[in-house]
Write a protein that binds this ligand. Structure first.
Ligand code: ADP
Ligand code: MG
Length: 281
């Protein structure tokens, strides 16, 4: 019997151990004592404070923290939209990895079909060729959107639109995906299915991913690690590896793993303490 690949914690999975990519053994991103503050006429807002962590290639890192603590700022720093004022962000390879962003809103254009929406990036980059189209067709078929390629986004369900948004990102072949609360606009049922779907796709495609979420269950069930951030300015208060003994490959088996509640309670306490501290300021 073939044991399903993601039955294993990622770091023990055969694909992970056998990988021969150029990053093997190294970190993809290193945050070294990074601080950042916004400056405006109203003064300074410190958003990130002395933050250090590493992200291994092909790992899936969840990030949780109180609302407004600086999570989106961290992704902007990784994407290079902002630069650290203190400390350093290093990439393992000489050049920065190709980065794909996925946000809460799918940002699909309503006047374009799903096919046209997914080709937007390559169109902008002027790299549309037969190759791109073949790959797009493969992605759409593999992830259940082929029959919907000529539909407009508003004709699709929320979950399908998020999948289309992910494919639009994947067609640009990013090495690193930054996911900023991409599921929070979805209702609970859809959210469970879509987050599971998207995590599978990301693993199958061998990407590195950083997921910001305020849903602790989502953080634990999807991540190889959960980074817990303090209230603003964001500091790292816990870096927790997740090892779940799963009975299957479906979305509920992670949540039903015997270790799940222990992780959940620990994160819950961490965040409760943070928000309590903030209230007492
Ligand atoms: P999170 O994503 O964790 O909710 P953000 O990273 O978006 O938090 O924001 C962190 C803090 O920085 C917040 O207090 C927010 O109001 C402030 N902030 C975010 N963007 C800007 C900006 N462009 N100018 C000034 N302050 C900002
Ligand atoms: Mg945010």
């Amino acid at each position: 019997m073939k044991v399903p690949e993601n039955h294993f914690p990622l770091s023990l999975s055969p694909a992970y151990l056998n990988r021969k990519d150029k990053f093997a053994g190294a970190d993809m991103i290193t945050f070294d004592n990074v601080s950042f503050a916004y400056h405006s006429l109203r003064g300074e807002t410190r958003a990130v404070s002395h933050l250090s962590f590493r992200v291994e290639p092909k790992s899936f890192v969840s990030m949780v923290g109180p609302s407004g603590c600086g999570k989106s700022t961290i992704l902007s720093l990784i994407a290079g939209i902002l630069s650290p004022q203190e400390g350093e962000i290093r990439y393992d390879s000489e050049k920065k990895p190709v980065i794909g962003y996925m946000l809460q809103k799918d940002h699909l254009f309503y006047w374009r079909t799903i096919w046209q929406n997914c080709l937007l990036g390559p169109e902008i980059q002027k790299t549309v060729d037969e190759n791109t189209k073949t790959r797009l067709a493969e992605l759409l078929k593999e992830y259940g959107l082929w029959e919907f390629r000529d539909k407009k986004p508003q004709e699709l369900s929320g979950g399908m639109r998020q999948r289309a948004a992910l494919i639009r990102t994947l067609i640009l072949n990013p090495e690193l995906l930054l996911l900023d609360e991409p599921f929070s606009a979805l209702d609970f049922q859809t959210r469970l299915r879509v987050s599971d779907d998207i995590a599978h796709i990301i693993r199958e495609q061998d990407k590195t991913a950083i997921l910001i979420t305020h849903d602790l269950q989502e953080a634990i069930s999807l991540g190889d690690r959960v980074l817990v951030l303090s209230s603003r300015p964001a500091r790292l208060i816990r870096d927790m590896p997740i090892r779940l003994t799963k009975s299957g490959n479906d979305l509920l088996s992670a949540r039903n793993a015997p270790e799940f509640n222990g992780y959940f309670n620990m994160l819950w306490e961490d965040l409760k303490e943070e928000t309590d501290n903030e209230r007492n300021l």
